[in-house]
Design a protein around this ligand. Structure first.
Ligand code: ADP
Length: 396
């Protein structure tokens, strides 16, 4: 068995960084255009960026990034698909596999299979961010996709019309059902940029995206004006952000990237990414010191000993979590019903002496944990960990 097999079999997702879905309730709102521009804006921050064009029915990312659609991708010696590269970003798309513009008519299970392949059978190398351009809608397919991967978060794109905003509400509910953190709402085509004077005129109601974000208690990440140059850039395979970096639309794309970018975190934290084989010793991920007034949901150090998983938080809080409690708290699809939230895992089936064998970072939001019972699909977000009961003093 090769090293790649060894690490790959426990977590094929290690090294892919934060996985962020870009979703929309309906088509044509500019979701793919946002994904393409956002990818370049994130790459411009120095991040290593990959894009999965998961819009299997209308793959448009290769066209928008100027990748020829008719070239089948090369295979690596390890029999992985080598992603296309454009403007410093790695890309995989259904269009590259089917080799034509026909929408792929796939049933649900096939969609999951393809998407899993895009993530696990593609030679991504190490990434900081992997963007997933989801197909439009809030139905089963989107739900399946959102469940299939440990998403660090999702963006929802809308246009300012009321009908579109109502659909956003539905999209946000769907993501909440499957416990995907919502990074925020982006409003697109929210005003017209005059091609000659650059002035922005609001054609539709203003502020709808902000209002809906406020009412649902999620961040509003900004408005991207309607700009004919956005269409020209997409058609030419050169996203607007490359050729008109100072335009209001390019600035808005960069603002969204800044809001979700992985490098801007306040204060000290764990050095990510890390992939810690617990048997190799306690406290492998490099830790930092707590600070006065720090973030209560940002860990600065992780350690493991027989009393449990010790987490030190940026605000100085310390917590010891029992390994069995951690296993029982798993929120993955096999352990918990996404719809009802009911636990599917039978506590009687979990050994009393269960131990974590490997702990790795999932973006800046969560850790993944593999256990001695072989289970490794659970992702534990920092807020969920902080909310967990800690081992009582007398148990320690
Ligand atoms: P979706 O992925 O939501 O179906 P696309 O990204 O394919 O939408 O965009 C649909 C059309 O709208 C494309 O022709 C695109 O160039 C255009 N478009 C997207 N955003 C803007 C914008 N801010 N200004 C002008 N046209 C835009």
């Amino acid at each position: 068995m090769t090293d790649t097999d060894q690490t790959g079999s426990t977590s094929p997702l290690a090294g892919l960084g934060r996985m962020i879905a870009v979703s929309s309730g309906k088509g044509g709102v500019g979701k793919s255009t946002l994904t393409a521009n956002l990818a370049l804006a994130l790459a411009g921050q120095g991040l290593r960026v990959g894009v999965v064009d998961a819009d299997l029915y209308g793959p448009s990312i290769p066209g928008m990034l100027g990748i020829p659609g008719d070239q089948p991708p090369a295979m690596s010696p390890a029999k992985k698909v080598i992603p296309a590269q454009a403007h410093g970003v790695k890309v995989i798309s259904m269009a590259m596999l089917s080799g034509d513009d026909k929408p792929a008519i796939l049933r649900g299970p096939m969609v999951t299979k393809y998407l899993q392949m895009f993530i696990t059978q593609v030679d991504w190398g190490t990434l900081d961010v992997l963007l997933l351009d989801l197909p439009p809608g809030t139905g089963d397919i989107q739900l399946t996709l959102a469940q299939a991967f440990p998403l660090s978060g999702a963006l929802v794109v809308s246009t300012p019309q009321d009908v579109s905003l109502k659909i956003v509400r539905r999209g946000l509910r769907m993501l909440e059902q499957v416990n995907v953190p919502i990074l925020g709402v982006v409003e697109n085509m929210s005003g017209f940029t005059c091609p000659s004077c650059g002035e922005v005129t609001h054609i539709f109601h203003q502020g709808g995206g902000q209002k809906i974000a406020d009412s649902l208690n999620v961040p509003f990440l900004g408005s991207i004006p309607l700009d004919p140059a956005v269409v020209d850039g997409g058609d030419a395979g050169r996203p607007l952000i490359l050729d008109a970096p100072d335009s209001p639309a390019a600035q808005a794309y960069r603002a969204v990237a800044a809001a979700i970018g992985g490098k801007e975190q306040d204060g000290p934290g764990l050095a990510v990414p890390f992939d810690w084989q617990v048997a190799q010793g306690s406290g492998q991920p490099a830790g930092a010191a707590a600070i006065e007034g720090g973030d209560p949901e940002r860990p600065v150090a992780l350690e493991y000993d027989t009393s449990g998983l010790h987490i030190r938080w940026q605000d100085g809080g310390e917590q010891v979590i029992d390994p069995r409690d951690l296993r029982l708290a798993c929120q993955c699809a096999a352990c918990r019903d996404e719809m009802s939230g009911q636990r599917l895992l039978d506590p009687a089936s979990v050994a009393l002496d269960i131990q974590p064998t490997r702990i790795w970072s999932v973006g800046n939001y969560a850790i993944g944990v593999a256990f001695s019972d072989g289970h490794s699909s659970g992702i534990y977000t920092f807020p969920a960990l902080r909310a967990m009961k800690q081992v009582e003093a007398e148990d320690v």
